[in-house]
Design a protein around this ligand. Structure first.
Ligand code: G4P
Length: 531
């Protein structure tokens, strides 16, 4: 198979959701259909139930350096699916955001009882930054959820995307009978507790068909006819080009737990989801069909065994063919590197990988060469863009509790932040280290790891900070003056860029109004301006 065929048959995606909406359950059903697992219950949820550090460490230890759960590769109807796993706990959301930079599309799971939740909104914001195509699965239809039309309105309003239902629920909760497939015109009836991978379906091309009344009862059939008429009047037919441009999201209804409505999502996914596409770099776009290999690191996983300080860097192949034991160019370090044991995620290949194609994710053993965002090429000097840092939510100053071990602490915090465990900002004078995280649990993990892996004791001191804002301006002099004037609130990110630590929403707003020539961004790649 040539490069173009390999690209054409790949789909690289993630399933995302607010915790508990059903991501793990849907993932498992996808894997069942793909034949990657044989029984339900095989996929362990990677969420932390009690929210304790020890749980997190235990999960990480079990996962160890084995990255096979981080990327699940399976085939479905001749399509090679690379499903990238994302952490289940909201405190590790930044890991999810970065994983989203490596996918070509996503499936978003929404709980029909809870509707759009906080994390759903945040995740969609990240998807919108790259116009990532989204398919929405409204889950848990077996429970008393919200009205389907209300849910669609809420999706459009809160996620700022147009939606197009492709299936429609008949009743909900106790009265839930099934869904009507608006694309294939099939009636699928629901049977609770069915975990096999078959489905009940009946083709009803015309809703006037009296069999509909026989199957659903007269009232439910009348309601379905009315609602479908309304849908077809309100929503345009699905335009696949607009879906691929991230402008409209097809919506399905079902119950992942009961394996109901899942196959419809998967079948539609393989039909419409995009194969690997071009990627932006600082020297223009790189097409996947470019025969020269290139890729970028979006995640680093440390070995938690302190005796083995090696790590695995996850690289997404963007163009050409990657081959084992071949020298590649590490652009940031200007260094040639060769990988003898790259890891693949296809069970059949016993994990050692000979070659990989655009859309694939490979695990590279690393002794400290990689940082998140690094580009590897077959010689060219360009860097992939679109792997931004996001403003953390919580900021604390790192306090060294053992001056005799400050070297270890420095090294530890640098390595952990390179892995993406948290973000590190430094403030001068005094080289003050400020650690930014999304959730409290991350600080506990850092403290634990610094102590156990680097023998360094630390504590965290709360500081008054609301958001980290990366700064740009067309007026160099004004930018320099602002940085000088606000020195107490200016820090540097890992790449030495100036960042304004806004102490509060009010102060940020005030500074924006007082300094119209300066642009305040909440991500390091400057697509999201503070609104
Ligand atoms: P997450 O990865 O998004 O965090 O969600 P997960 O799949 O773990 O699902 C969260 C809970 O919701 C689980 O229950 C799961 O069984 C349940 N769930 C998933 N899909 C459906 C559905 O279609 N209908 C109903 N009623 N429940 C569903 P749990 O009790 O937290 O966990 P478990 O003991 O079942 O593993």
């Amino acid at each position: 198979m040539g490069l173009n065929e390999e690209i054409g048959r790949r789909r690289t995606f993630a399933i995302i959701s607010h915790p508990d909406a059903g991501k793990t359950t849907l993932t498992e059903k996808f894997l069942l259909y793909g034949g990657a697992i044989q029984t339900a219950g095989a996929v362990k949820s990677n969420k932390i139930r009690k929210g304790a550090t020890s749980d997190f460490m235990e999960i990480e230890r079990q996962r160890g350096i084995s990255v096979s759960t981080s990327v699940m590769t399976f085939e479905y109807q001749g399509t090679l699916m690379n499903l990238l796993d994302t952490p289940g706990h909201k405190d590790f959301a930044e890991d999810t955001y970065r994983t989203l930079t490596a996918v070509d599309s996503v499936v978003l799971v929404v709980d029909c009882v809870k509707g759009v939740e906080a994390q759903t909104e945040r995740l969609m914001e990240v998807c919108r930054m790259r116009d990532t195509p989204v398919i929405i699965f409204i889950n848990k239809l077996d429970l008393e959820g919200r009205d389907a039309f209300d849910l669609l309105d809420e999706l459009e309003e809160k996620l700022s995307i147009r939606v197009r239902p492709l299936s429609w629920p008949i009743g909900i909760g106790a009265t839930f009978q099934g869904v009507y497939d608006l694309y294939d015109h099939d009636l699928r009836l629901f049977e609770a507790g069915k975990t096999k991978v078959e489905r009940e379906s009946m083709r009803i091309a015309d809703l006037a068909d009296p069999r509909l009344d026989d199957q659903l009862g007269t009232d439910a059939a009348a309601m379905l006819r009315e609602e479908v008429e309304l849908i077809n009047g309100v929503y345009d037919p699905l335009d696949v080009a607009r879906y691929r441009a991230g402008k409209v999201a097809p919506v399905f209804f079902g119950s992942a737990f009961n394996n109901f409505g899942v196959k419809e999502v998967l079948d539609t996914f393989v039909r419409i989801a995009p194969p690997p596409g071009p990627r932006p770099t600082d020297h223009g776009e790189v097409a996947p069909s470019d025969p020269a290999f290139s890729g970028f690191v979006f995640k680093i996983h440390a070995n938690l065994d302190p005796n083995h300080r090696d790590r695995v860097a996850f690289l997404r192949v963007c163009s050409g063919r990657f081959q084992r034991n071949t020298f590649y160019h590490h652009v940031r370090l200007d260094k040639e590197l060769r990988f003898a044991n790259p890891t693949s995620f296809l069970a059949a290949q016993k994990n050692l990988l000979e070659e990989a194609w655009p859309g694939d994710v490979i695990g590279l053993f690393d002794t400290g060469n990689f940082k998140i965002g690094d580009t590897l090429t077959s010689g060219a000097d360009f860097n992939f863009r679109g792997i931004p840092s996001f403003s953390p939510e919580l900021f604390r100053e790192l306090v060294n509790l053992d001056p005799m071990r400050s070297k270890q602490l420095d090294k530890g915090i640098r390595q952990l932040t390179e892995e993406g465990v948290a973000q590190l900002f430094t403030q001068q004078p005094g080289n003050k280290k400020i650690v930014g995280c999304v959730g409290d649990l991350q600080f506990d993990v850092i403290r634990y790891r610094l102590e156990h892996e680097y023998g360094a004791a630390c504590s965290f001191q709360t500081i008054q900070a609301f958001k980290a804002c990366w700064l740009t301006s067309d007026d160099e002099t004004a930018l320099r003056a602002f940085i000088r004037m606000k020195a107490m609130q200016i820090v540097e990110d890992k790449d030495g860029n100036p960042v304004f630590m806004a102490p509060s929403a009010y102060m940020l707003d005030l500074e924006r109004r007082n300094n119209p020539e300066i642009v305040f961004h909440t991500t390091s790649e400057f697509k999201t301006e503070v609104a």
